[in-house]
Design a protein around this ligand. Structure first.
Ligand SMILES: Cc1ncc(COP(=O)(O)O)c(C=O)c1O
Length: 412
């Protein structure tokens, strides 16, 4: 072929719906000012519309010396003190030990895409939730994979039967399953699985593993924003119940946890009883790291371990972050209760950064989004609906929003 790019990359073009909608919102804001509701961005903003950069994160960052900021990381796998900090952060409250390997990655995105690359071969299929974070698709395509959805909801709760059916279908075709579960605080719906739903999922995956290897990719990008706080992390003990033919990869991210989105730090935490395969995964992940991004941001890894290992700093961080967990709860309460009151249907919501208005029909969804934009309300089109990022909209703008949206929906 007579092109500079190879066949696979020629014609590849990134259209990021979130950034596109955010640009439109910013243009409107310049024209119409405060009347614009910008519910596009998945980053925290306070009630004054200011971007939240936690003082108890960025204060301690200033104490890290320039040499550390300038240096390469100590290891491709991630600095040892960072890996210890990740273990403590996630599993520190558990009674039992979690036997795992931890590999630092550039954010949760790095953890997820590297897992795709090393778990499946081109042409194979990864399972994602029917409502899911957009980049799963981009990452899969980049790795030459196809995607299949499992249905997320039935009768207001997790569709366990649909989940089981979809996983078995993929297993029967390719003899292996890689499935993404984004929990807690699912993006874009704000659903968090109940403990009994997780128990059933674990049983389903264990049963499935009699047919072939099963890999659970648990994307926990929002783990530090559940209303349950650190006690939610007791959940991780359940991963010790998996059979030898199941591997769990937890994709952890400092982006939301520390309000450190731009520092690009996260980790893969890999758990399986199969010691040889655990070692093989670690080796492959380090190889991929060296060949794609090399090492992870040294000063941000230092920052995370500084906060995680210092009880005083950790306490201050938790108190400050809790303010935003509470704020998210207050914002959600407005959106969810008003939607219920006026009859605007949302996907099942529990907690987190987002709620999603249910619009399963694509044409209707696009039409509604256009109507909202004309009324200076900016949301993001996602699978089966419109995502409202309550993390970035102050309470005063959420009040009455459901009613406005419903009225616009009914208008020709
Ligand atoms: C569901 C989900 N997973 C993972 C990520 C990863 O983010 P990052 O790569 O910044 O850690 C995000 C960020 O928006 C997300 O919403």
């Amino acid at each position: 072929m007579n092109t500079f790019l190879n066949e696979k990359s020629n014609g590849k073009k990134m259209v990021d719906k979130v950034f596109k909608a955010a640009v439109a919102a910013n243009i409107a804001k310049q024209k119409y000012g405060d009347e614009v509701v910008n519910a596009t961005l998945g980053t925290l903003f306070d009630e004054q519309g200011k971007f939240v950069a936690l003082n108890n994160v960025w204060g301690p960052y200033e104490t890290i010396d320039n040499v550390q900021k300038a240096k390469y990381a100590a290891s491709i796998q991630g600095n040892p003190d960072f890996r210890d900090a990740v273990y403590k952060w996630l599993f520190g409250g558990l009674e039992e030990e979690i036997k795992c390997e931890i590999i630092a990655t550039p954010g949760g995105a790095g953890a997820i895409s590297s897992a795709f690359k090393n778990i499946l071969s081109p042409g194979q299929t990864v399972l994602k939730p029917s409502q899911g974070w957009g980049p799963y698709k981009t990452m899969a395509i980049e790795c030459g994979l196809t995607l299949t959805d499992y249905n997320m909801f039935k009768n207001g709760e997790f569709d366990l039967l649909g989940f089981k059916k979809s996983l078995n279908e993929v297993m029967d075709i390719q003899g292996k399953v890689l499935v993404i579960i984004n929990d807690p605080c699912h993006n874009p719906t704000g659903y968090s699985l109940r403990p009994d739903e997780w128990d059933d999922i674990i049983d389903i995956l264990n049963d499935l593993s009699s047919k072939g290897p099963v890999i659970l990719l648990n994307d926990i990008a929002y783990v530090d924003y559940t209303v349950e706080g650190d006690s939610w992390k007791n959940h991780f003990a359940k991963y010790n119940r998996f059979n030898k033919n199941v591997m769990t990869i937890i994709a952890f991210s400092c982006s939301k946890t520390l309000t450190a989105y731009g520092t690009r730090v996260g980790a893969q935490i890999v758990i399986t009883k199969d010691k040889l395969q655990l070692q093989n995964f670690k080796d492959a992940a380090i190889y991929s790291a060296r060949s794609i991004w090399s090492t992870v941001n040294n000063s941000a890894m230092k920052l995370f371990s500084l906060i995680a290992h210092d009880e005083y700093l950790l306490k201050k961080y938790k108190v400050e972050k809790q303010k935003y967990v509470n704020l998210l709860e207050e914002r959600a309460e407005i959106m969810v209760s008003e939607s219920k009151e006026v009859g605007l249907e949302l996907y099942p919501f529990v907690e987190g950064f987002f709620v999603t208005i249910k619009v399963p029909n694509n044409k209707e969804k696009e039409a509604l989004n256009l109507k909202l934009q004309k009324a200076n309300i900016f949301t993001v089109e996602v699978d089966g609906g419109l995502r409202v990022a309550i993390c970035s909209v102050p309470k005063r703008k959420l009040k009455g929003l459901s009613k406005r949206i419903l009225e616009l929906k009914g208008r020709k």
